[in-house]
Ligand binder design. Structure first.
Ligand SMILES: CC(C)(COP(=O)(O)OP(=O)(O)OC[C@H]1O[C@@H](n2cnc3c(N)ncnc32)[C@H](O)[C@@H]1OP(=O)(O)O)[C@@H](O)C(=O)NCCC(=O)NCCS
Length: 231
């Protein structure tokens, strides 16, 4: 397995670089991004509660769980997720519209996200494990189709770069030429990742691919007074 990344991302508030045309509400340019953290937990929790716990109450916990961790109640999943966030063991790029979180891209060191779908096929052809995984997206159902998932992915990759970079894997669906319910696109689409420079390596499901990219570390820059600004 690749070594644990040098550091895990902190929680800078950044204004994402919008690359799509603004649509609806204030448009992408009005959105900001922050790391999932104890400070942003209440906004994350409000978004999950608005969607009744997501996926029957999973609270975005399933990719954190090992194979022997059995089924729990939504309240237990919520408590487990919150504990992880407080311990720095759960990462996501949250997208905000003002005070409201409107979506996220979950990522993290591979050891933090041991559980992936299509595990058997994944393990059969597996080489060295990546340092990072991007495992799940969720966007407010009232805000879909605005480019927020694309934006959340870019912010997650920036956070990985700030944390020292490394090899990143994801497991998106190829949707070319077919209609797919948004509910099944929690891993994102193949095109979303290819646009961000990921390369597909092998298929682990009918339409699911393993994609990889090496993210270089973000470089510190000089501020107006010559001081080193961390990225
Ligand atoms: C799938 C999802 C993340 C997309 O979010 P979004 O903000 O609407 O996506 P964007 O507007 O940024 O679009 C991203 C890309 O996905 C594509 N896309 C989105 N929904 C799609 C669909 N149903 N079929 C095919 N492509 C789709 C868009 O066309 C876009 O492609 P492009 O970048 O090549 O133009 C969102 O619909 C969602 O949250 N679904 C529920 C997922 C879920 O339940 N997650 C929790 C699981 S525990």
């Amino acid at each position: 397995m690749g070594g644990r990344p040098r550091s895990t991302p902190s929680s800078p508030k950044v204004r994402p670089a919008a690359t799509s045309q603004p649509r609806g509400h204030g448009g992408l340019a009005a959105l900001t991004s922050e790391a999932l953290s104890p400070e942003t937990w209440p906004a994350f929790a409000r978004l999950v509660e608005k969607h009744h716990g997501i996926f029957g109450g999973c609270w975005c916990i399933s990719f954190h769980l090992g194979p022997d961790e059995g089924k729990r109640t939504p309240a237990q999943y919520r408590a487990m997720k919150e504990a992880r966030v407080r311990d720095g063991q759960a990462h996501a790029a949250l997208v905000f519209d003002g005070p409201d979180a409107v979506g996220w891209c979950q990522f993290g060191p591979t050891a933090e996200l041991p559980n992936i779908k299509s595990r058997k096929a994944y393990d059969e052809g597996r080489g060295e494990l990546p340092e990072w995984r991007v495992t799940c997206f969720f966007i407010d159902r009232e805000r879909r189709g605005e480019g927020i998932a694309n934006l959340a992915l870019r912010e997650a990759l920036r956070a990985i770069a700030r944390a020292g970079g490394g090899s990143v894997e994801a497991y998106p669906e190829d949707v070319a030429g077919r209609k797919v319910s948004r509910s099944f696109l929690w891993g994102g689409t193949l095109r979303m990742f290819e646009k961000e420079g990921f390369r597909k390596t092998r298929k682990i499901g009918l339409h699911r691919w393993v994609v990889v990219r090496q993210i270089p570390p973000a470089r510190a820059t000089r501020g107006p007074n010559g001081q080193l600004d961390r990225p």
